[in-house]
Design a protein around this ligand. Structure first.
Ligand code: DC
Length: 207
């Protein structure tokens, strides 16, 4: 069984995907991490994330880059969103994601274009979303835990800018597949969101 989980940043899709993978005993790939590794590699190379040649060169990042703690920062997230606009970058990362989706027994993949481009044949597609305000609040609380001090309004603006770039890009824009189950987590706590996702997968499996 292939489960595709797409949605904007800080929607809860990562938490939900990990929980689904554990519940259904499937391997999980956070595809955002691949784009983050490219974004981080561009920065390390001293390149420009908006330049196709620089961004494409950074897709040859070493495997250990995936464990780089800097991948989780807001700055790397912004770079990831910028490199992900280039079709050449998306093409370079395609096979790796496709191979993960095709492994025997299936997999859970989360990202922006899993249900639309990477695995359009997925057995179950979830589109996890939430209002900009509730996503910004979650990010802000996470940052407080990590003792990072950022204004809520700054985070909101950053999330809105990231959404705009991800939605408006020409190649594989962020959007729900027509056959996706849309799960709005704005008013749901973590456990309730996970329970709703498991329920949606059970229902989709039964169809
Ligand atoms: O999910 P994330 O915040 O870690 O993703 C970082 C960026 O990577 C996001 O802004 C857009 C890009 N991305 C993408 O274009 N396609 C994916 N399947 C996953 C992420």
């Amino acid at each position: 069984m292939i489960i595709a989980v797409d949605g904007p940043t800080a929607s809860g899709k990562g938490t939900i995907s990990k929980a689904l993978a554990a519940h259904f005993g499937l391997p999980h790939l956070d595809t955002g991490l691949l784009y983050r590794a490219v974004g981080r590699q561009v920065a390390l190379n001293g390149g420009d994330p908006d330049d196709t040649v620089d961004a494409l060169a950074a897709t040859a990042f070493p495997d250990e880059r995936l464990a780089d703690q800097e991948l989780r920062t807001e700055q790397t997230g912004g770079f990831a969103s910028r490199v992900s606009v280039h079709p050449a970058v998306r093409h370079a990362l395609f096979e790796r994601q496709r191979a993960f989706a095709e492994q025997p027994g299936g997999a859970v993949l989360d990202g922006r274009d899993i249900g639309t481009v990477i695995a359009p044949e997925a057995d179950v597609k979830l589109f996890v979303t939430a209002s900009v305000q509730s996503r910004a609040m979650r990010r802000w609380l996470e940052m407080q835990d990590r003792e990072l001090d950022l204004e809520l309004r700054e985070i909101e603006a950053d999330i809105a800018a990231r959404d705009k770039r991800d939605i408006e890009r020409k190649d594989a824009p962020l959007r729900a597949a027509p056959d996706a189950f849309v799960l709005d987590t704005s008013d749901l706590g973590k456990e309730a969101a996970i329970a709703a996702a498991i329920e949606a997968v059970e229902q989709a499996k039964g169809r």
